[in-house]
Design a binder for this molecule. Structure first.
Ligand SMILES: C[S@@+](CC[C@H](N)C(=O)[O-])C[C@H]1O[C@@H](n2cnc3c(N)ncnc32)[C@H](O)[C@@H]1O
Length: 196
């Protein structure tokens, strides 16, 4: 219980930090969207920050029932309890932050396929927005290499997988997407737009 609370608090702080930078440096990613679902969005810190910067975007979060039960009330964000391996609510864009790296390729492709079903075609702005690590992006000095090794250790501990561009490309195309664009924001932490 205490560990869960610690993880959730850490995720909220991380979201406030990285989304602030993402919005400042790549605001165009969120501009013009009508709706967005943050899949596996936890307590919704990421979409709260996006919603503050882009109030016209109708934001929701999909997460497991026991997480949604802890959601704060009185926010503009709608919380939906569900399972991303079953289905994802429809929206103009789907956000996945710190989610694909929790899962091996087979499960990651399943999540991405459900996201693809939830969005409209590319020509009317449908996309998946991923905020995650792309190994090999950003600076490659000693400090960043050490940080990369640390993240690799952590993700191995939780049975996840860190991907470089080729490994991301493989899961995107296997899930039926037609293209992607990687924008590094903080070292190897990047925004990836993925197009149906
Ligand atoms: C590493 S956390 C990321 C949370 C949030 N995106 C962030 O960056 O702060 C992974 C999230 O995925 C959620 N999750 C795990 N399995 C899920 C499922 N089958 N359906 C929906 N959400 C799920 C977890 O409850 C958790 O909130």
């Amino acid at each position: 219980m205490a560990f869960d609370a610690l993880i959730n608090d850490g995720m909220v702080s991380d979201s406030n930090f990285i989304v602030d930078i993402a919005v400042k440096e790549h605001g165009e990613v969120f501009q013009g969207l009508s709706s967005m679902v943050d899949v596996g969005g936890g307590l919704a810190a990421a979409v709260q920050a996006i919603s503050k910067a882009f109030p016209e975007v109708k934001c929701s979060v999909l997460d497991l029932g026991h997480i949604v039960a802890k959601a704060p009330s009185g926010t503009l964000v709608e919380y939906v309890a569900g399972d991303m391996f079953e289905s994802v609510p429809p929206a103009n864009a789907i956000l996945l932050k710190w989610v694909p790296h929790d899962w091996g390729d087979e499960k990651c492709i399943k999540i991405l396929k459900n996201c693809r079903k939830a969005i409209p075609s590319r020509d009317i702005g449908g996309k998946v927005i991923i905020i995650d690590i792309v190994f090999g992006e950003g600076p490659s000095d000693q400090k960043h290499r050490e940080l990369q090794a640390l993240f690799d250790l952590y993700i191995t501990f939780i049975n996840g997988i860190q991907r470089d561009e080729q490994e991301w490309k493989k899961v995107f195309f296997a899930a039926g997407f037609s293209g992607y664009n990687i924008m590094p924001v903080l070292g190897f932490r990047s925004i990836i737009e993925v197009y149906p």
